[in-house]
Write a protein that binds this ligand. Structure first.
Ligand code: PBG
Length: 337
């Protein structure tokens, strides 16, 4: 058709599609799906224990029996995976309980895999909850002050990951941010015959004030100093991409960006640059802010939660780690009706 012929047709203004909810869904570019959700859970020894975390309404430290209930009800509404954090009975300077065969996480994994075999059980691999000083690695204190000992920490992280996988964890997720931990964990898993256990690396994990409520939940606040020597600086995006590249080279199967909402640019770039399965962790502070504002009647909890998660999906997240996972799964079911 030549230009003259085209000119015979009226030209309409481009316009947005309007109309019914069904039409809006038909043309939606991004979707939320319960299959993308991961629910973080906190487990500690005891029975019938549901210890509320004050700064995170709806989140509890759970004894294994209660953990099972919580996991079952989340799984029933469609949440496919949980991410386990342990609170040990004893903390020491070598994080012994982190890699004890009968540690709290190892026991919880065995219980969950036995009772709920179709639930994916992911374990957070870190030492801070198990260390008396609350740091993610071994600490040396000498004339120069206290320092984190990167390389000696790798052995303990690898032992933890192997013990989780031996207990039946489907996926291990190192969150410590020591250099070389993914390679150390991959090597140790392979050597233990656990070559099919994938690694979800907290690859771009920033030193963030948004972790505040978590440290109450996991009782893991550092007793001195902060985590800035091993977690990333909020000023640096290029460095975050380098960290992700390193973790991938070391054998990470899934990479994570954390926190989520304040780091959407990082998430977008990580997904665009590497095209790897990418997880976004909507951390404790993000959850608490929504809960607090909603409790005051200042925002609509459901709408804000869904809108925030949609932003993570738009930015490129395949996997959404959120304390609101069971609510979200329920809301999605209601929306589909
Ligand atoms: C352990 C760890 C932390 C989080 C996940 N794993 C805390 C931290 O690094 O201080 C934070 C999760 C959250 O805030 O929801 N290293």
């Amino acid at each position: 058709m030549n230009a003259g012929a085209l000119g015979q047709f009226p030209v309409y203004r481009p316009r947005r599609l309007r109309g019914s909810a069904a039409l809006r869904r038909l043309v939606a570019e991004t979707r939320l799906n319960a299959e993308q959700l991961v629910l973080p859970l906190f487990v500690r020894a005891g029975r019938k224990l549901r210890q509320p975390v004050a700064s995170m309404p709806g989140v509890f430290q759970l004894s294994p029996d209660e953990l099972l209930k919580e996991a079952r009800s989340a799984h029933q509404v469609g949440v496919p995976a949980v991410l386990l954090f342990g609170i040990p009975e004893r903390k020491d300077e070598r994080a012994s309980e982190a890699y004890a065969a009968n540690g709290i996480v190892q026991r919880a994994v065995r219980l969950l895999k036995k009772e709920l075999p179709s639930l994916l059980v992911i374990t957070d691999v870190c030492l801070c909850e198990y260390m008396s000083h609350g740091h993610c690695g071994l600490v040396a204190a000498d004339r120069r002050g206290a320092r984190i000992l990167n390389d000696p920490t790798l052995k303990l992280l690898a032992r933890s990951a192997v013990s989780h996988a031996e207990a039946g964890a489907d996926l291990v997720a190192p969150s410590d941010m020591m250099d070389g931990r993914v390679a150390a964990i991959r090597t140790a898993l392979d050597k233990a015959g656990l070559d099919e256990t994938p690694i979800m690396a907290y690859a771009a994990k920033f030193a963030s004030a948004f972790y505040g409520p978590f440290r109450e939940a996991a009782e893991s606040a550092p007793k001195f100093g902060d985590r800035r020597s091993y977690q990333m600086a909020a000023t640096n995006a290029q460095e975050a991409l380098r960290e992700v590249a390193l973790d991938i080279r070391e054998g990470a199967d899934i990479v994570m960006v954390k926190p989520a909402l304040a780091y959407l640019d990082i998430l977008y770039r990580v997904k665009a640059e590497f095209g790897y399965p990418t997880a976004a962790y909507a951390v404790s502070g993000e959850y608490s802010m929504i809960k607090a504002a909603a409790a005051n009647g200042w925002i609509d909890e459901r709408a804000v939660t869904m809108e925030s998660l949609l932003a993570l999906r738009r930015a490129g997240a395949d996997i959404l780690i959120t304390y609101a996972a069971p609510d979200v799964a329920r809301w999605l079911k209601e929306d589909a009706r």
